[in-house]
Design a protein around this ligand. Sequence first.
Ligand code: GLA
Length: 721
Amino acid sequence: MLHFEETTGTFYLENDEITYAFTVENGLPEHLWFGARIPRDDLRYTRWISGTSCDAQLPGKTSENHIAAELPTYGRGDFREPMLGVRDENGNALLALTYKGYRVIPEPRLAGLPSTFGGETLEVTFEDAEKGLRAVLLYTLFADTAALTRSMRLENIGGHTLTLERAFSFAFDLPAGDYEALTLTGSWAAECAPERAPLRHGILTVNSKRVTSSATQNPFLAVMTAGADEAHGDVYGVNLVYSSSYRLLAETAQHGRVRVAGGINDFGFTWELRPGDTFQTPEAVIAYSGEGLGHLSRIFHDTYRAHLIPARFATMHRPVVINNWEATYFHFDRDKLFAIIDAAAGTGIDTFVLDDGWFGKRDDDHSGLGDWFVNTKKLVGGLDPIIEHAHEKGMKFGLWFEPEMVNPDSDLYRAHPDWAIHAPGYPVTEARNQLVLDLTRDEVRDYIVKSVNDILDTHAIDYVKWDCNRYVTEMYSSSLPAERQGEFAHRYALGLYDLFERIVAAHPGIFFEGCSSGGARFDPAILAYFPQIWTSDDTDAAMRTRIQWGTSFCYPLSAMSCHASVCPNHTTRRVTPWATRARIAHLGATGYELDTSVMSAEDLAAVPGQVADYHAMEDLVLSGDFYRLADPYGDRQFAVALVAKDGSRAHVTVMQLLRVFNCPPLRLTVPALTPDALYRVESSMGETLTLSGKTLSEVGLIAPVHRMADFESLTYTVTRL
Ligand code: GLA
């Protein structure tokens, strides 16, 4: 898998699907190839497309600008975006790193940061003797997916303080070509909208300056050959295992070559690296598909299920939740919660989640955050009677927290106003009437750990929803010296992961769901702790088809928490059929978000059947292959297929979005079935057919969308006979 060829100084990272190779010449690492697996002996030939070959035709071959870099730095003629920026005490920011050696190790834990697991790691070391800097490139390759990870460790091995001005996690160059980028952009209630743009000369960047990964731009970037679609084209995808401010870029430089790079956002970033200090960058997951975006997504899904989400949760049955947020918002008492539980009991819903409003003085979003003690005025007898009631009814109990936050109107703030992030003398920006606690401070984290763990350790809690409803606006910590203020955003991330270790990892029996005003912190670092994340506060089935479609570009369905709610929908006012709302919510970790105690008898009576339908397809949600078939951004229909890895079963969901007159039936090819086997096809409209796998993948299912009204839906269950 990881191989070093001494004679040529070439590193090969290869598995059944991919080759990633670079060579070291005159101490400099040069990228050779990332793509489909090709024979080792042919790899040095790729230099003719990657870079150096150009130099043969160019006068004066000295400049690094013409090589495909593996560790690009500034100072030797490469004018493209560097991976690293380091200034010494003389103000000198030039770098001249040379190769020192390598070793192969079992995959390490990255100090203070979440990371993937289950791979084999190559460490390649470079040093700049003048600066006293060691840069170690880490590559982890998995045997079973077309993905690898990269990160970098920096060590000050000299006698003087160095200032990091940029510390990206990876960089690699692609041969000249005609490329497009796909990014996931969005906002509250409209997360992860895919956006395509041709790469032009210059730099395309996605980034966050919010100290969260953000709904504005997910930390994901795909660069693909122009015209790539779901099934065709070379696609290179990167996704950062990081939850704070980040930057990913694709730079098209001279001669049309493209550099892809990224990591911690260098906006406002500096880091003091004192003699003996080490700095570890977050991990980037890098995947290659030669069969378009669909395959790229399936690579990410497989990688995250096998190598990122905690193994005990990755493919476990997901709780089918009833959450009271849209049912009550802040206005509930014990009897109301009992009524919701009572109505849900026996329907197959198996977990009651008590959302915001149970603690402190919290009757609206103006007060209470930070005071993690039960409001016994609102909940007579505290949480225990509700927990016991849920348990008596055969349901588990979940609880909402927003540990990183504080309202100015709270006991915590009154006692420790300085614990909220602020810069003396400057205005403090409130968002949703709240401030962010300074997680860079030990005493603040200790308070959070103690107050949250006190609740978790004294109650029979099975499930936690961890929310984060705003971003950081004033990057400043009163506990950091002037020369370390540029470290704030990364130190916040380290503080957050410390909380996750001490609260989440310390409670391995509790199932945690991530949330950030919906999907504003939907990133792989969260998935390293929380097996699922609330995908969006927009629970309208029509909008959810878009949000879930976009999120699926790099996150598995099992990571997306999806609830059916009431109509008119609270966010969009749209009315959609009950069956459709449930079917769209089944394309993830499903649940309900409404007042079961006031549902119509008819809707409530449908719930047991819906939950049974979900359970029948849940294994496909947890471990199947996912195919995007009809794009909801086209405004006509939405359709997706979930296919068992062994080709024995499939589940297809179709939703009519906007019906047009004379619309033709929709052909939905179901790939990856056994061609010469027969399959029974049962549609939710009552039709049953027997078709061969070949017919299903060539002709496809013919969905009668011409007979479906707006927002009506249809499912197919496809079973090998
Ligand atoms: C956020 C979440 C919601 C809910 C509210 C509670 O908006 O996304 O699901 O938990 O907070 O305040």
